[in-house]
Write a protein that binds this ligand. Sequence first.
Ligand SMILES: [Zn+2]
Length: 338
Amino acid sequence: MNKTQKKQLSLLLAGVVLSLGLCSCGDTSGTKDLPSSGTSNGSSSVVPTPSFETPSLSDQTPPVSPASSETPSASSVFTDTPTPENPLEYKHYSYEFRTDLSEYEQYMDPQGSEYLLLVNADHPLSRDFVPGNLVDVVNTRSDRSEPFQLRKIAEKALEALFIEAEECGILYTQRVYSDDGKYYYENKLGVTSGYRSYNTQEWLFNYYVEQRMKEHPDWTEEEAIAYVKLSSCPPGTSEHQTGLCVDMHNWPSADRDKAKDFAASEAGKWLQENCYKFGFVLRFPEDKTDITGILYESWHFRYVGRYHATRMKELGMCLEEYVEYLMPYGYDVNQGRG
Ligand SMILES: [Zn+2]
């Protein structure tokens, strides 16, 4: 092979590397993992636009150049490639809906990162943390005695979700009575929990501990607490205190044994596939329990705003992972903690 042939081969190889690099970008940040039109769950008209072009984590790894002294280096091949964007810089994602939700856009799609507030056992809230601007939730389930509350921005985004859900045939949970006075729940959407204060969570947690100790008189209090922690958060560590999350299921109370049942229901599937368009994420997914420390909760949805919800979906990250991913870019995990 003479020198000219060698150079042609080197340039050809460089072209292949460049193509692979671009394909990788398309695969990892494209729309293929998002719901497509024509799905069977009633979201056929909900088409995401535009395509996502934000560089993903994989884009930050430079390609390996072929071993040839005459091959253009990676830096020269990628001279025109922009450096990875700061994921804290807001980008607008617009989605098409069946209903006119334009008046809700400002709530579904806020700028900034103040609604990412991470609350878990390692990042608790203080007893006196009370979120501002709490308002009643429109669709508290009909069998609840009084409306739950959320921060206004999350409540308005949830209103939009309910409007679209109803148009898609996903209605609200209703207690339906039969002639003999017995009742059952229709498999529809409704809020069964929203904001819970530190004191409420404390009362709930202590109640569960007392119940377990009555059931198991031989247990110590520490043993009962350890058991209750598997399914209930000690006060200060529940993100219900943020006023940014809701529970939606159709049982008298949350039942982890039925988490998969709700996930497989018409309402559960619709929520999982569409919630990010309204700014919500499924907070405790089945495949992230080792990271969240919370068992799978198919009914618990957390508001973070559309931009971050979309990015979390693209990256396949739960909130713990996403916050850690953002910290090198300057995200302060204590922002908004009070
Ligand atoms: Zn919850």
